[in-house]
Design a protein around this ligand. Structure first.
Ligand SMILES: Nc1ncnc2c1ncn2[C@@H]1O[C@H](COP(=O)(O)OP(=O)(O)OP(=O)(O)O)[C@@H](O)[C@H]1O
Ligand SMILES: CC(C)(CO)[C@@H](O)C(=O)[O-]
Ligand code: BAL
Length: 286
């Protein structure tokens, strides 16, 4: 595995792949890798000749009171995990490489980025869209993979790729990978490691309550009453607050009061102590 921390090294390595006629997949991450990330890597492996993974804890997508400093960083361990997966290229730029003195551009995707995590984390998706656009331009992959765990992020990135006519990758080569879960249903996340053993046990109530809610709504239950019951179940399990618990159009992320014809998604963000967990699930029609 080649590791690049400078743009010219990255470009030379990518150029060598391209000269050999090889296709390239990119998996963008913030590191602290777990089985969810490695599933994206395996998905990349079957889609392209070469796999690049980026690790960059992007400061511009963290709010002033969020966990940028506390966010886990374990570059050596991550590199070992990626090497074992047969990754070809690790792109690990520093902050000064990504945001040199004078950096002044922000990509802001209206609509789809405004509710849910966009409302509870102002500026978050501007930071995500801008850094992902940079990563795409730096690596110029044929295909890029993102987790469905961050459903709204995936929708924002697809919208950006469509709106800006991106070619590397094209919008239809942005692949969403289903959420990888722990045995008790909790979505894998780097932030799960903030949880104490007791909080970790309680966290399993999130996917459980969400599964119950999707089943109730799929069976024709009232959306408002079901979401209220979900919030109640989370409070009883020890969650300290709920940022949002809503159903939305799966593509546009417009909030829904009832199911319509288009695919819908249940989206929840809730806190245990100071740890904020997110999850989402499909709502299938009966
Ligand atoms: N459980 C999971 N299943 C599938 N994909 C995942 C999972 N967790 C993260 N990903 C995806 O991995 C990519 C990198 O995510 P990131 O490095 O932020 O990890 P994370 O575990 O989501 O961390 P965080 O705690 O910051 O949410 C994203 O596309 C994200 O959606
Ligand atoms: C896509 C991403 C790597 C951009 O920093 C990040 O938001 C993430 O890890 O999901
Ligand atoms: N996986 C999403 C990145 C973030 O929460 O900042």
């Amino acid at each position: 595995m080649q590791t690049a921390t400078e743009l010219d090294v990255l470009r030379t390595t990518v150029a060598a792949f391209r000269e050999a006629g090889e296709s390239l997949a990119l998996v963008p991450t913030m590191g602290a890798l777990h089985e969810g990330h490695l599933t994206l890597v395996r998905g990349a492996r079957v889609r392209a000749d070469r796999v690049a993974v980026s690790i960059f804890v992007n400061p511009t997508q963290f709010g002033p009171n969020e966990d940028l400093d506390a966010y886990p960083r374990q570059m050596e361990e991550d590199a070992r995990l990626l090497e074992a997966e047969g990754v070809d290229l690790l792109w690990a730029p520093g902050v000064a490489q990504m945001y040199p003195e004078g950096f002044a551009t922000t990509i802001s995707v209206a609509g789809v980025s405004e509710g849910f995590c966009g409302a509870s984390r102002p500026g978050h998706f501007d930071g995500v869209a801008t850094v992902v656009c940079k990563l795409f331009n730096q690596v110029r992959p044929d295909v890029a993979l993102f987790g469905e765990k961050d459903w709204q992020q995936l929708a924002v990135i697809r919208r950006m790729a469509r709106d800006l006519d991106l070619t590397a990758p094209q919008a239809d080569a942005i692949v969403g990978v289903p959420t990888v879960r722990e045995a008790d249903g909790l979505a894998m996340s780097s932030r799960n490691r903030y949880l104490s053993p007791e909080q970790r046990k309680a966290a399993a109530a999130l996917p459980r309550a969400m599964r119950e809610a999707t089943e109730r709504i799929e069976a024709g239950g009232d959306v408002g009453a079901t979401l209220q019951a979900l919030e109640q179940a989370l409070a009883e399990a020890g969650f300290s607050s709920v940022d949002y618990a809503d159903i939305a159009d799966a593509a546009s992320l417009a909030r829904l009061d009832r199911l319509g014809e288009a695919p819908a998604r249940l989206l929840v963000a809730a806190r245990i102590g100071s740890t904020r967990l997110i999850d989402n699930m499909a709502i299938d029609k009966a």
